[in-house]
Design a protein around this ligand. Structure first.
Ligand code: PBG
Length: 324
């Protein structure tokens, strides 16, 4: 054969492959989610997330120092609220001395350069385990948005760099931006969970925070995974309302959405490689059915190739070690 074009030439050896590689992971790609608990010197492994932990504030600070030393520049905070503090309105979410607020302060005091992002949604604080206020069996939008705006201001007051609303109520980005402006927090950013699907892959996360919905599901606010155009609609609206960064969630079953969103907006796009995606790789690796290290790097590279500028992932530390 006298072929005009031989595509295998550029795949001949590792050197040439690395020269032409289009997508390269770096520590700057990652946001490390952290689960925070009350108490001191407490570490609890999450049953459905092997080798991932919930930690008290003191140990969280230690972890943040380690992440920073590895080159990871951002953390995304989630707290586990005590049962007795939960109610329908998420009152504890705006407590200036609440666990979230104390965690933000402690982390920013210890590692001021670390970009601290905070989860804004009612579910960890809700006695119903829903992301909004429940009235007559429904999750009511507008009263919920008011609490989300107050919650965002409270996080900003504690020192958060970026608030990350993960609730999927309508109009919350505009309300949060307004509330931040009115309270003098013009430097606090918003990372919006813009295209967040009602997904079974959040299961292990709800174990980690004990935040599973007490009745029904989240399909009246999170998106139907049958839909694609709706993701663009949600995302464009969030950008217009003031989102600095938008997000697609989950990641691996939604690579098409990540790409379409990336092509549609001029703000950075993040993707959340969620708890169930972590658990799948861990479980298969434990059974000896997958090579864990290769599965991690291939998954994260695919998410970046699809268009994610930032990836929130429970594998952040593993990935940095592997690419080191
Ligand atoms: C709640 C929230 C969830 C996740 C992030 N914020 C769960 C949910 O919507 O039920 C999921 C993250 C993960 O699974 O890793 N607002």
């Amino acid at each position: 054969m006298y072929l005009q074009r031989r595509n295998r030439i550029l795949r001949t050896n590792p050197s040439i492959r690395s020269l032409v590689a289009e997508t390269i992971l770096t520590p700057n790609d990652f946001v490390a989610p952290l689960f925070i608990d009350e108490g001191e010197n407490v570490t609890t492994e999450i049953a459905s997330m092997p080798n991932y932990f919930r930690r008290s504030v003191d140990l969280t600070v230690k972890e943040v120092k380690e992440l920073w030393s590895m080159g990871i520049k951002s953390v995304l905070l989630f707290i586990k609220c005590k049962d007795e503090l939960k109610d329908n309105e998420g009152t504890e979410a705006v407590n200036p001395d609440g666990l979230m607020q104390r965690s933000i302060k402690a982390i920013k005091d210890a590692v001021p350069e670390m970009i601290v992002m905070t989860d804004v949604a009612l579910d960890p604080f809700s006695s119903y385990g829903h992301d909004g206020i429940v009235k007559d069996g429904e999750i009511v939008n507008d009263p919920t948005v008011e609490v989300l705006a107050q919650m965002s201001v409270s996080h900003a007051q504690a020192g958060a760099d970026i608030v990350a609303p993960s609730d999927m109520m309508d109009g919350r980005i505009a309300a949060i931006r307004n509330a931040l402006e009115q309270s003098g927090f013009s430097k606090t950013g918003i990372m919006s969970y813009s295209a967040k699907y009602a997904s079974c892959f959040y299961g292990p996360f709800r174990d980690a925070l004990d935040s599973a919905p007490g009745f029904g599901d989240k399909k009246t606010y999170q998106m139907d995974y049958a839909n694609r155009i709706e993701a663009i609609k949600e995302t464009l609206m969030d950008v217009e309302e003031g989102a600095d960064i938008v997000m697609v969630k989950p990641a691996m079953a939604y690579l098409d959405i990540i790409r379409e969103v990336k092509n549609a907006v001029t703000v950075p796009v993040s993707a959340y490689h969620v708890s169930g995606e972590y658990a799948m790789i861990k479980a298969a690796a434990k059974m000896g059915w997958l090579n864990e290290e290769k599965a991690i790097i291939e998954s994260l590279t695919s998410i970046k190739r699809a268009g994610a500028d930032l990836i929130a992932t429970y594998f952040a530390k593993d990935a940095v070690r592997l690419i080191g």
